[in-house]
Design a protein around this ligand. Structure first.
Ligand SMILES: *Cc1c(COP(=O)(O)O)cnc(C)c1O
Length: 458
């Protein structure tokens, strides 16, 4: 039984896995701004979204009021293969940093896809299957989402078509082979297979691609092939909903040992792991029951929160997707190919954008060499080889722990260790060879992206 009236409660099954996802929007006084139709600039109705997304997921996307969504048993059965994920006290890292702070991390890399993305991939694939669809299309940047989705589709017997950002396709051939092993087809983006891909290639010959381009291609294929829908691994409300399992488990584990985190830190690409990790804690904060410092960490080379504009923008380069009000660098923004650490989406979850705008969380950006220094120290002390994305959170957690060393404060620091870095060894190689550099876009660079923002009255 799920009681919507008691949204702070975590319901656990006999394996200590939550049996419902928590919808943070239910507790927000100012709701995230609605998605708009890119042609009319009117809020999108469910009818307009169902040609693109699965029906059940559209309902989740648009529901700002229901606090808890029961997790279907089939999804719980899948979760059981790799959940609950461990909440680890980083004793060795604390010792190396010589800090009085206590550092905890929630580790989501204990599955073959190597990241938290599987939590939403299985949910989205399940709803596609339940709707009787043949398959799904998607984009992938660094490759974790495509891998997670191909695993979920293989499990459920769905066709999976992945558009992979060209630079990653070339730099990460092994990711591609994992996806193909799970039965997915993988196309480098931009490609000649879609009208939008051909257009982008004609305008920008030799482009290394971007998530925004790959999204446009995947949406085009989904909407033009009967029995297919598009699925997205981050940014959307539904993805944050599924990822709330991370935070609910964390909260349950902390409650069990009587610990309350003071600072909660997550890396932010599109915002899904951070939104999931903070969900129940932010819920308490919104209801005035507890307070936490919440910090989003992003790359200095793709600084949506810290240098972006809070405005309606396209989620894709081809400008065919809904408009979302978010912190954005503009849909035409393409991060420097020098940037190795993922988190390269130009925008941010509308939910997190609203919360950040309203002062419920902080954001900071970090440079990639300092991120890899943190990754190296973490690997040497805690043993796990972290994903570069996750290492943004490690960097910030270490910085907070070092601050505690200065002040003597015994803070409880929690961060999300979203995944492992075994497929990022080209980036590690660059770092180890001393060839990694930092690239921070100038204001003039960013102005180019901002100039492409659509004019929307809101
Ligand atoms: C995709 C990914 C991220 C960033 O995506 P969010 O939606 O911001 O969570 C972070 N870490 C890893 C390991 C990822 O695969």
């Amino acid at each position: 039984m799920i009681e919507n009236k008691i949204p702070y409660k975590t319901y656990l099954d006999e394996n200590e896995i939550p049996t419902a996802w928590y919808n943070l929007r239910a507790d927000m006084k100012v709701k995230p701004a609605p998605l708009l139709n890119p042609a009319t600039h009117k809020p999108l109705s469910a009818d307009e979204l169902t040609p693109i997304f699965c029906e059940e997921l559209v309902k989740q996307e648009l529901d700002n009021d229901t606090a808890f969504f029961p997790i279907p048993q089939e999804i719980l059965d899948f979760y059981k293969m790799y959940r609950p994920s461990p909440l680890v006290r980083a004793y060795c890292l604390e010792k190396v940093l010589d800090t009085p702070a206590k550092i905890y991390y929630k580790f989501e890399g204990n599955n073959t896809s190597g990241s938290h993305k599987l939590n939403s991939a299985i949910a989205q694939a399940y709803y596609a299957k339940k709707q009787g669809l043949k398959g799904v299309t998607t984009e992938t940047g660094a490759g974790q989402w495509g891998t997670a989705l191909s695993m979920a589709c293989a499990y459920l017997g769905l066709d999976c078509k992945v558009f992979m950002v060209k630079v990653s396709y070339e730099q990460k051939p092994f990711r591609r082979e994992v996806m193909r092993t799970y039965g997915a087809s993988v196309t480098p983006s931009p490609s000649m297979e879609t009208a939008v891909g051909r257009k982008i290639l004609a305008e920008h010959p030799g482009t290394t691609g971007s998530l925004g381009c790959a999204i446009s291609e995947a949406v085009e294929v989904a909407t033009q092939n009967p029995g297919y829908r598009y699925v997205l691994g981050s940014v959307l409300n539904q993805v944050l909903l599924h990822q709330s399992i991370i935070g609910l488990e964390t909260k349950a584990a902390f409650d069990k040992i009587g610990v309350k985190p003071d600072i909660i830190i997550g890396c932010a690409g599109g915002g899904s792991n951070l939104g999931g990790l903070i969900a129940p804690f932010m819920g308490e904060k919104l209801r005035g029951e507890a307070d936490y410092r919440i910090i989003a960490v992003e790359p200095a080379s793709c600084p949506s929160f810290t240098r972006g504009k809070f405005a309606y923008d396209f989620c894709d380069t081809g400008m065919i997707c809904p408009l979302a009000k978010m912190y954005t660098l503009g849909s035409g923004f393409i991060p420097s190919p020098n940037h190795a650490g993922g988190l390269r989406f130009h925008g941010m979850s509308t939910t997190l954008s609203q919360l950040y705008h309203d002062g419920y969380m902080e954001a900071r950006s970090v440079e990639q060499t300092s991120v890899f220094e943190a990754a190296e120290l973490f690997a040497r002390s805690e043993g796990i080889l972290p994903a570069p994305e996750s290492s943004h959170a490690i960097r910030a957690a270490m910085d907070e722990a070092l601050r505690c060393r200065e002040t003597g404060e015994e803070k409880n620091i929690l961060f999300g260790l979203t995944g492992t870095g075994y497929f990022d060894l080209v980036a590690y190689q660059k770092f180890n060879d001393g060839q990694m550099t930092d690239y921070i876009p100038t204001d003039a660079d960013l102005a180019v992206g901002f100039a492409g923002l659509p004019k929307v009255e809101d």
